[in-house]
Design a protein around this ligand. Structure first.
Ligand code: CP
Length: 319
């Protein structure tokens, strides 16, 4: 089924009821979201921007894991569209009184939210929740599986900086094995025609990539050579076994992005990082803060218009 968003101009067609990953999206689906996100990015630059696209709708936000960027930008996105947001609080919930996860989700669904945004540490939870509820479900990050809105906002950022994605060479560097951001980005970038280098020490390189055609490199210098975009990843120590990698200092010596190493990439190559950053571990301060190379704060800024596009497309498709 193709869900069609009713809009004054051309309708926005999207093949999915939910956004639980980039995996199920077609190139056309991704294009629809990116074009709408680019529209909202331009609109948000106007001081008098006001939208009532989702007025009267209620977005339920369920964060079972900590978040700054994703949680706040989903809330801002919903409010920018005129929707109300309910932030469920795990610490104050009846889960703490022994209610089961399924009963909690069915209880919340009975209150008829117009969309659910969920982050959870368990693999596949958004797809599981989607089967229990009536409204669209948006994955705000599940375990190391997928973080689709991060990949979409990264794609918007790359398109703004480089004019498109097709034909670009993008290096994704660091803790790939534990990164949902890397997975979603590998799928999206390959689907949109970019070359992707996965750069990691052997202990942090997955046995298998989620997209065909990704090239593996165990040397940062080799992996970023001639790349247009260098995307650094956070070392996710909370998902690692002790002793998997050496000290932070040793890691930085081999895999930290410095200006010296960045000279190996294409002249003017962009630097990205989904955050939160471990400064001095995966990226040097002066690279992260270099306004001529770093797109890191632009990525954060683009979280709002990208999530506006996703919420609008999914909620309006429900009528
Ligand atoms: N990039 C990202 O998911 O950041 P948060 O954990 O702060 O949401």
């Amino acid at each position: 089924m193709v869900w069609t968003v009713k809009k004054a101009a051309a309708p926005l067609s999207f093949s999915q009821k939910h956004l639980t990953g980039i995996g199920p999206l077609s190139r056309d689906d991704i294009r629809v979201v990116l074009d709408r996100a680019a529209h909202y990015a331009r609109e948000l630059e106007k001081v008098d921007f006001v939208s009532d696209a989702l007025r009267g709708k209620v977005i339920l936000s369920l964060f079972f894991e900590n978040s700054t960027r994703t949680r706040v930008s989903f809330e801002m996105a919903a409010k920018r569209l005129g929707a109300d947001v309910v932030n469920w609080d795990i610490g104050a919930s009846s889960l703490k009184k022994g209610e089961s996860f399924d009963d909690t989700i069915k209880t919340l669904n009975a209150m008829r939210p117009d969309a659910i945004v969920i982050r959870h540490s368990e693999y596949g939870t958004p797809d599981y929740v989607a089967k229990l509820v009536d409204c669209p479900v948006v994955n705000a990050g599940d375990s190391w599986r997928e973080h689709p809105t991060q990949a979409l906002l990264d794609a918007l950022t790359v398109e703004q900086a480089h004019g498109g994605i097709e034909g670009l060479k993008v290096a994704i560097c660091g803790d790939i094995a534990h990164s949902r951001v890397a997975n979603s980005n590998m799928i999206l970038l390959r689907r949109m025609g970019a070359s992707v280098h996965a750069v990691a020490p052997p202990a942090l390189m997955p046995a298998k990539f989620p997209a065909a055609g990704v090239q593996a490199f165990e040397s940062l210098e080799e992996g970023i050579r001639d790349c247009d975009v260098v995307m650094m990843l956070r070392l996710q120590k909370e998902r690692m076994q002790e002793g998997m990698i050496g000290s932070d200092i040793e890691y930085f010596k081999k895999f930290g992005l410095t200006h010296e190493r960045l000279t190996l990439a294409k002249p003017g190559a962009s630097v990205m990082h989904p955050g939160p950053m471990n400064r001095g571990v995966e990226i040097a301060d002066d690279v992260a803060d270099d306004p001529t190379r770093s797109l890191i704060l632009k990525q954060v800024e683009n979280g709002v218009p990208t999530r506006m596009a996703v919420l609008e497309i999914l909620v309006k498709a429900q009528g």
